[in-house]
Unconditional design. Sequence first.
Lengths: 318, 355
Amino acid sequence: MSIADLSFQAEQLAAPDEESQAALIWRRFRRHKLAVIGLIITILLGLFSYVGPFVTPYDSTRIPSGPDYAKARELGRGECYVDQGGVERCHILGTDKSGRDYLTRLMEGGRVSLSLALIVTIVSQILGTIIGSISGYFGGWIDSLIMRIVDFILTLPTLPIFLVIYTLIPMNEIPGGSITVLAFLFIIFGWVGSSRLVRGMVLSLRSQEFTDASRAVGASNTRIIVRHMIPNSLAPVLVAATLGIGGIVVGEAGLSFLGFGVQPPDPSWGNLLQDTQSDIMTAPFRVFYPGMLIFLISLSANFIGDALRDALDPRLKL
Amino acid sequence: MTGYLIRRGIQMVIVLLISSIAIYSLLLAAPGGPFSGLKQLTGSKDRVSDAQIANMERLLGLHLPPQMQYLAWLAGDDWMGSLNKDWEGHRKGVLRGDFGKSFKQNRPVITLIEERLPNTIKLMAASGLLAILVAVPIGVFSAVRQYSKLDYTFTFATFVGIAIPNFWFGLMMIIIFGNLFKSWGLPFLPTGGTESVRIRPGSLQAVLGVSPGTAPDQLIHLILPTLTLSLSSMAGWGRFVRASMLEVLRQDYVRTARAKGLTERVVVAKHALRNALIPLVTIVTFELPAMFGGAILTETVFSYPGMGRLYIQGLLGFDYPVAQGFLVITAVLVVVATLMSDVLYTVVDPRIRFS
């Protein structure tokens, strides 16, 4: 029997087992009704934000020109007007102060907010996993240096520091402008959590027999970290990442609301709230919607993360 | 214990010195110099002439070497001889409460802080108190009746409290208790400031017969900001108390207390709760700086004249001395709170040794 046959057989043997593992996780996940609802809401909001901008006939940043401008401004929900070309334009959620369709701004804002949160989460978790596994695996002075840095970052008051760094950075000289700056700020402060988590996992994995076994067969440190340490500590990282997404969306919203986040004309769920602060009296619904979407995605992420924790490993307690 | 405190004290001073260097560098790190922002401001009121800026630069001592500027900023110049003849030894330095003058208001920053800090302290004290008063019963009931309907409801509520963007919750409060209540003819709440100049008819103050500017009036102004700022701590601490309580209820001495025939009420209130609340003390202390930071958003939503609002105005107006003042206070608060929570942790739980 050749080696290829053997590995083929091994795959056949492994396949049903893996499937049942996924099925098991899904079954445990489904027990959390709220998490399932959260998952559905997340999918819907994803469609809203990523497919919505292609469906809507309006542009999220273009301001109607000429006589249309006056007609299109601050329309209420469901109101219409006839533009210069004689086309009737209806706005389900009305328009903002510059006559832009509010529903389209919400969709595009979701794209910005969710993309930022996803990118930040993915990059900072990868970074945190790598740094944490190095810290835990090698120990010694590397470990204490990294952990001192982590402790230091954890005590920093994030909001005041974000605000002052944001003020000092020359925005228009940076490609991508405010969104890039925000992503970097969140990543710089975001990797610490998962690095601690992974370090803790690696510390216990390191002393287990399979690590000794792989060292005995001559595996390099890099190989042990990449093939054994990291895959075995992925579950808590995945949970922490899911729980963290909500925090990033809310954090971005807070900064943008203060005027230190995503800069207009690009919409984000946070800076839509900044634009509407004066609408509290006249058009409260314009304050309600963006915040409600932020709240929904953040709540869903929390429920999903909570259920994932139970589903991936019932022993896990963060 | 004494040795530990001395060591921690020295660490604290070093950390604060490093932070003060970082905070002073802000002024120098501003792209185009500390006054570039002021030059950009083109509003008629804010307009600053070149001569004025040259004068301000001279008064700030920008021509001096950075380390001398920093020293004068930190410790004053009256002890250094005539370093800069414009100061004439009048600067006292941050260590003696002199943060310099605001670029825009031509008033000492310390005066601004003295005006604003009490408001923020009031807001934080009220929020912390409310959060504890709500979190403890919620956590205890949830733990005692684990997996009951009440527990699920409270757990759901804590999820909501953690996930909701606080400032948006504040905006919703304004819409509901400010605007909608007013239009429904219900006693509506004030949505901004610390006290009213005159009582608006139909407001809660009018209904209660409170006169403007009195303590009850100020208390009513605190209601909505306090609710908003306390929400996330309330949820977080509630969850913490539940977990802590569940752990304690499993302990042997609780079983012993029950075995002695004590009522469940006494067991929970006297034996379990006391021990379950110990770790909360450290958590609350540790989170004070975060609350101070969170106040930035709350104060903005409610146009509440506190430190956070001052900071935002300072940053938006490129008024660096004001921003520096806020950051110095934040740094002190973080360092003191971290030390206090570490010390409290060891004081309240003798099982943990100093090392």
